[in-house]
Design a protein around this ligand. Structure first.
Ligand code: DC
Length: 223
């Protein structure tokens, strides 16, 4: 029996850390959908196109071939045959991803990639619209969130650990701007599905959050 676990929520809520750990414990595939939007953003940037210009972005889509591959259990996105790696993880790519993700043609373009992987495998999929749009019949829907300060501090620590030069204040400001863009857009806004379980992990260590979610999941599906 295949099953689907959808994890949505704002940036810095710890979705990827938690989703990755849950997938490993359950022995199923982890899908990071944000990486797909980041890769489209990366391509748009490489072509010098304004990510807010829907028409020009849409015109680039036929040039993009995306593939998700799993290498030693880690998701890797390939853009026209080339592995993206950490190039899509910069603050600039976060902004490009958020801008292109508001364009309906981009969302449509990425729909099949996301649905087909969930059709072929049991998945833990994280994103913004997994429980609302991509997998509306998911067996478990979780909306993971935390306070603004907590999320910004985590993002700041993560960027610092990667050697990306930034400061807490600008990480917080960028994050709030991205949250605004993502939750106010017309298509697939980042909101909790009505049947999602809202889980606030402010002040929790990852292990505590993962254990709490395992309890939630094991009540809903036989794992
Ligand atoms: O999860 P992330 O930070 O890597 O996502 C980058 C951007 O992509 C985010 O600001 C909004 C967009 N996104 C989306 O619109 N829908 C998704 N399912 C995943 C990400």
């Amino acid at each position: 029996m295949k099953f689907q676990i959808a994890i949505d929520g704002p940036s810095g809520a710890g979705k990827s850390t938690v989703a990755k750990a849950l997938a490993a414990r359950l022995g199923i595939v982890y899908v990071d959908t944000g990486a797909l939007y980041r890769t489209v953003g990366y391509y748009v940037r490489s072509r010098g196109v304004d990510p807010h210009n829907a028409q020009e972005v849409e015109a680039l889509l036929p040039q993009i071939r995306l593939e998700l591959r799993y290498e030693n259990g880690v998701q890797q996105v390939y853009l026209n045959g080339e592995a993206m790696g950490d190039r899509i993880r910069t603050p600039e790519m976060s902004m490009y991803a958020s801008a292109v993700s508001a364009i309906p043609a981009v969302r449509n373009f990425l729909l099949d990639t996301q649905r087909s992987i969930a059709k072929a495998n049991s998945v833990v999929m994280d994103g913004r619209d997994i429980g609302t749009v991509i997998l509306p019949n998911a067996d478990v829907k979780i909306y993971l969130t935390a306070s603004d300060e907590c999320r910004a501090m985590r993002r700041y620590e993560e960027l610092k650990a990667k050697g990306i030069d930034t400061d807490y204040e600008s990480v917080l400001a960028d994050m709030l701007e991205r949250d605004r863009n993502d939750s106010n857009r017309a298509v697939a806004p980042a909101v909790a599905a009505p049947d999602a379980i809202v889980f606030d992990n402010s002040g929790m260590q990852p292990d505590e959050c993962i254990a709490g979610l395992m309890t939630v999941i094991s009540k809903l599906i036989r794992v």
